[in-house]
Design a protein around this ligand. Structure first.
Ligand code: ADP
Ligand code: MG
Length: 382
């Protein structure tokens, strides 16, 4: 019989061991980097806790790679400071080169050494530590096993699939057991099913080793599933740095709301705030023929044009009745396994997308829409 208690004790012991040795904090203060007068990073401040998994999420060109390379030491910022753990690795008088920063990186194109077998690619990352040959061999094989590639240790990169090469790159980044692991869109070249598996493997391994991970993606579902905290970047600035739950429920700006998944946005005629309760009654433009929506306003709403942003989870399609919040016409329907996703055209010709229902509603059908205020966000339009 398997002695479960003993196994659990052992694995807890090894995890604790890692916890004391890995996971450095990363702190950037007013980091700025310009290219030809355009700010790729604009006074970026961020403090990343040791052992946490941070995802950098943002549109193409928002500065994600520049930020990651500034941490790695591949790019030298124009000003500001970067600290890893207690060490300043960059400021106006300090420059620590990348190889001395005790971190590893996994890139989008995960360049493996073509002339080395998979296991030697992994072992190469241990070379600097001057370990005995036998230890290098054991650690490398052990890591190959963890990423599920024990059958492929002696294959050369061109004998491996994209997903397998990616896992070798991951093993190589993790085997060195450094405090910080940086990922720049590591799965963008992979098929969807491979991504799902690798996403799980990355998450498991990083948590097991308790390293600090900073991971770039522009895919919101990847961001939400991996992150302890998400940093949303736009135009070289961090718009918000918070847990996935807080970002979903309380995006700091219209940009953050849009980039983290909405079904649509309704123009607001006016909103009446209640000073005592934080509840705002939102009146949408007449054209939409929308019932008033009362919600808890999370942002300061003084000044500026407001918009009501609606998360997909807030919408329910019903038969049109005088009670439904909105009415619209189904213009598209697609089957998604557990039900159907609809696109609905509203009276002002704007669209609500990703409206889920277990039941199929057909094109050209007039429907009612119930809007759950807890999935609505009243924000300044930008
Ligand atoms: P992301 O990774 O979010 O797509 P990047 O950090 O690569 O964004 O780029 C941010 C901005 O800096 C973009 O406008 C990009 O064109 C510019 N940029 C990045 N690297 C260079 C470079 N080596 N030379 C000139 N401009 C650059
Ligand atoms: Mg990039």
């Amino acid at each position: 019989m398997v002695n479960v208690a003993k196994d659990v004790e052992f694995s807890e012991f090894t995890k604790e061991n890692f916890k004391t040795t890995l996971g450095q904090s990363v702190k950037l203060t007013k980091v700025t980097k310009s290219y030809d007068g355009i700010k790729a990073l604009d006074e970026v401040d961020i403090e990343i806790e040791p052992g946490s998994f941070t995802v950098l999420l943002g549109p193409s060109g928002s500065g994600k790679t520049t930020l990651l390379k500034s941490i790695a030491g591949i790019i030298k910022p124009d000003s500001g400071s970067v600290m890893i753990g207690q060490n300043t690795v960059f400021d106006h008088q300090t420059w620590v080169p990348p190889e001395k920063r005790e971190l590893s990186m996994v890139f989008q194109d995960f360049a493996l050494w073509p002339h080395m077998t998979a296991v030697n690619n992994v072992a190469f990352a241990l070379k600097r530590r001057k370990l005995p040959r036998e230890s290098v061999k054991n650690l490398s094989r052990n890591m190959m096993e963890k990423v599920g590639l024990l059958d492929h240790v002696n294959n050369y990169p061109d004998q491996l699939s994209g997903g397998e090469q990616q896992r070798v790159a991951l093993a190589r980044a993790l085997v060195a057991q450094v405090g910080v692991v940086l990922f720049d869109e590591p799965m963008s070249n992979l098929d969807t099913d491979r991504r799902e598996i690798l996403r799980f493997e990355i998450s498991t391994l990083i948590h097991e080793y308790n390293a600090t991970a900073i991971y770039i993606t522009h895919d919101q579902s990847e961001a939400f599933s991996l992150a302890d905290k998400i940093a949303v970047l736009d135009k070289g600035k961090i718009q918000q740095y918070d847990t996935p739950e807080n970002i979903y429920k309380g995006p700091a700006s219209a940009m953050v709301a849009r980039f983290t998944g909405i079904s649509g946005e309704l123009p607001v005629k006016y909103a009446i705030g209640d000073d005592c309760t934080d509840v705002a009654k939102v009146i949408v433009d007449d054209e939409l023929n929308c019932k008033p929506i009362s919600l808890v306003a999370t942002n300061d709403l003084a000044n500026g044009k407001l918009k009501l942003f609606i998360r997909p989870t807030a919408l329910k399609i019903v038969q049109p009745t005088p009670l439904s919040t909105l009415t619209g016409i189904i213009v598209d329907v697609s089957y998604c396994g557990k039900g159907y996703e609809h696109v609905i055209k509203l009276p002002d010709k704007s669209l609500l997308t990703k409206v889920f229902s277990e039941n199929r509603f057909n094109r050209d059908e007039l429907v009612g829409i119930m809007v759950d205020p807890s999935g609505c966000l009243l924000l300044k339009d930008d």
